[in-house]
Design a protein around this ligand. Structure first.
Ligand code: ADP
Ligand code: MG
Length: 292
């Protein structure tokens, strides 16, 4: 049977925008040693915007953007949506229809337009050393500003890049600082590059970041963190995060996240309000003192 103190803590949480799907999760929060966060849509707003388009000398910027947007219009990745939006705002020509398209989860998109083979995505997808060398190392400079760099390869040659910036939520730093004060170790997990991840991690104040995670790796990393810290929460918003939310001792979803994340989570932050995590832990410790 549920204890009166638990009931009152659950309703207190609900009043303050934290939904607990059961008393046990509230109890578990007081034992947490570490919390892992997804980057995009969790620590950041998840609404990236195009900041730079760089094209190989002699090629047309407009043509590159048109082809890339035409391919990305078939993907629903947040980076793809941002590139399509930017192209529609800045180009006069309308998008074309590629002959074939293949979404490569965690890496990017492959497509055929006429006789040309295109690959759009992360460095390791188009060839790491060539990507790094493109335009005098432009990608590294952009990544160190926290931008995500998307490479464009045509017929096995890197011919351009598009970089995008997603802003860190205003309340992220405060939320992380509060958790650190409670003695909780904070980790960011992301599929993004090492350099971009390091920049966002430093803006967010997290203790550690793990970059270049493939969707299936997030679960492996979480299992590793559970071994190391024994009680670990995961905070996320995307379909990709659901397996990790299920693996964590406490899965926490952003209220505006995808349905799958909301369904899988044990706790929901109703207004995407990250500092509420520290409040929930405080509430949980107080409740446990009353019960014990
Ligand atoms: P995350 O949401 O943490 O960035 P993802 O697994 O969704 O992780 O993507 C990892 C990386 O793969 C992205 O940072 C990006 O570089 C690349 N990528 C994935 N899908 C696309 C796409 N449709 N267009 C361009 N790049 C992509
Ligand atoms: Mg996300």
């Amino acid at each position: 049977s549920i204890m009166p103190a638990t009931l009152s803590a659950i309703s207190n949480g609900a009043k303050h925008g934290i939904l607990f799907k059961g008393g046990v999760h509230l109890e578990n929060l007081s034992h947490l040693k570490a919390i892992a966060f997804d980057k995009t849509g969790t620590l950041t707003k998840g609404k990236p915007e195009v900041t730079d388009v760089v094209v190989k000398d002699g090629l047309s910027r407009e043509d590159l953007l048109l082809k890339v947007a035409s391919i990305e219009s078939h993907s629903n990745h947040p980076l793809a949506n941002a590139i399509v939006k930017y192209a529609k705002e800045t180009l006069s020509e309308s998008l074309i229809r590629p002959e074939s398209i293949e979404d490569v989860s965690g890496y990017g998109v492959k497509a055929k337009i006429g006789h040309d083979e295109w690959k759009i995505g992360k460095a390791s997808f188009v060839g790491k050393s060539e990507a790094k060398a493109f335009a005098d190392g432009a990608a590294d400079r952009m990544a160190s500003e926290g931008k995500t760099v998307v490479f464009v390869q045509k017929n096995n040659e890197v011919i351009g890049l598009i970089s995008l910036k997603d802003v860190v939520r205003e309340e992220t730093k405060q939320a992380i600082d509060l958790l650190k004060k409670q003695g909780i170790y904070t980790i960011m997990l992301t599929g993004d590059s090492q350099t971009t991840a390091a920049a966002i991690a430093s803006e967010s104040h997290v203790n550690e970041h793990i970059a270049e995670c493939l969707p299936e790796n997030k679960v492996e990393h979480l299992k590793g963190l559970k071994e190391k810290y024994s009680n670990v929460a995961m905070v996320g918003d995307g379909i990709n995060d659901a397996p990790a939310l299920a693996t964590a001792n406490v899965g926490i979803a952003m209220g505006e996240g995808t349905d799958v994340a909301l369904e899988t989570a044990d706790v929901v932050l109703m207004k995407n309000d990250l500092p509420k995590i520290a409040d929930a832990i405080e509430l949980s410790s107080r409740m446990n003192r009353i019960i014990k």
